[in-house]
Ligand binder design. Structure first.
Ligand code: F0G
Length: 360
């Protein structure tokens, strides 16, 4: 009989702060595919690369892993409403899981700076959406303040229950590969995800499932790169709106992840992000939102500079689905809109345009 994946809390209950009988709010998140990407392995000149395709989660991003744990805990506390600041994906997940839990969600997003796909998800799941005149960092400051003084439960990744759920992605990588990769790269924004992978891999070492930690690499967009600057960025800018963040909440945890794993931080330009966004869809068959291409773009930059560490096995987390922000795929490399040709409804007309010769 086919086995249905039960969501990360039920699949990993013995390694999460949950017990049988606790309320569990799930949409079946996790269990996402680890996809071999030989084209990327060739580009980087490493033994093998796997893409951890987090766009395959129920709301289309890795945020669902942390949202099942955060909203389940909110439910256990009797919360009636959850609040989240977001560049789009957290709000989509918070809204969906709140519906499943029978709660109201409130989401604060930077005005005009989240993709239509993500906004439509929050609307669809009847979140109370406010567009804040400010950036993500302002939204997070407000969400924290509101949760301290009003009956709304904070579900951003500053809530430790979020990282507990997100660490399960590291467990899944080890379950599939049977060991840790040598290097694991991902986009770096508010820094919850890299901190959660560090936590997950550390637990795998402590439990004796793996012998060493993978080098964790977090890659930012050049216009929003506080980890490269070494201090917050007041006016973050990038087309990769998901990681348009100037003052990351999990600063210390991310620094620790880098230090402890002998990993690294770097930043890439919007042009490098969009180039890799296209490479992943055209050469690997994996359609991600532009921000999600940042991890791979960073590794390619290191390769071109000749400073990619000598590694054999690489995992790159691609964090969100391409359908979240599809406009970028509809432009060519000079930014012109791609419009498929129109044709009359006959086989000859179609064959003519395709340049096909009739078979004898
Ligand atoms: N990739 C995507 C698609 C994201 O949505 C985010 C963060 C990141 C990467 C960065 O992860 O913040 O843990 O370092 N999005 C948050 C949001 C901020 O509101 O959806 P991080």
């Amino acid at each position: 009989m086919a086995h249905q994946w039960r969501g990360v809390i039920r699949e990993y209950m013995d390694r999460l702060p949950f017990e049988t009988g606790d309320p569990i709010v799930t949409l079946g998140e996790g269990g996402t595919p680890l996809i071999e990407a030989p084209a990327l392995a060739k580009l980087l000149d490493v033994g093998n690369v796997h893409l951890k395709f987090e766009g395959m989660n129920p709301t289309g991003s890795f945020k669902d892993r942390g949202m099942t744990t955060a909203v389940s805990k909110a439910k256990a506390h009797g919360a009636k409403a959850v609040i989240a600041a977001s560049t789009g994906n957290t709000s989509a997940a918070a809204a969906a899981y709140a519906v499943k839990a029978g709660m109201q969600s409130v989401v604060l997003v930077p005005a005009g700076k989240i993709s239509w796909g993500k906004l439509s998800q929050a609307v669809a799941h009847k979140a109370k959406i406010l567009q804040v005149r400010g950036n993500f960092d302002d939204c997070l400051r407000l969400a924290r303040e509101l949760s301290e003084n009003y009956p709304v439960f904070l579900v951003n990744s500053v809530n430790p229950d979020r990282l507990q759920g997100q660490k399960t992605a590291a467990f899944e990588v080890v379950d599939v590969l049977g060991e840790a990769p040598d290097l694991h790269a991902m986009p770096l924004g508010n820094a919850g995800n890299i901190s959660a992978y560090h936590l997950g891999y550390r637990e795998e070492v402590a439990d004796g499932r793996i012998k060493k930690l993978p080098k964790l690499y977090g890659i930012q967009a050049e216009g929003s790169a506080p980890f490269i600057k070494g201090s917050p960025v007041a006016k973050p800018e990038t087309i990769a709106t998901a990681i348009r963040i100037g003052n990351p909440a999990s600063w210390d945890l991310a620094q620790e992840a880098k230090r402890d794993t002998e990993g690294g931080f770097d930043a890439v330009s919007d042009k490098q992000i969009l180039w890799m966004h296209r490479f992943l869809s055209q050469e690997c068959g994996v359609f991600v939102e532009p921000s999600s291409a940042t991890g791979a773009a960073g590794l390619y930059k290191l390769k071109q500079q000749g400073i990619l560490p000598a590694v054999n096995t690489v995992v790159v987390t691609v964090t969100g689905h391409g359908l979240k922000d599809p406009d970028w795929a509809l432009k060519d490399d000079r930014g012109r809109l791609i419009k498929p040709k129109k044709v009359g409804a006959t086989a000859d007309a179609v064959a003519g345009i395709l340049g096909l010769e009739r078979e004898k």
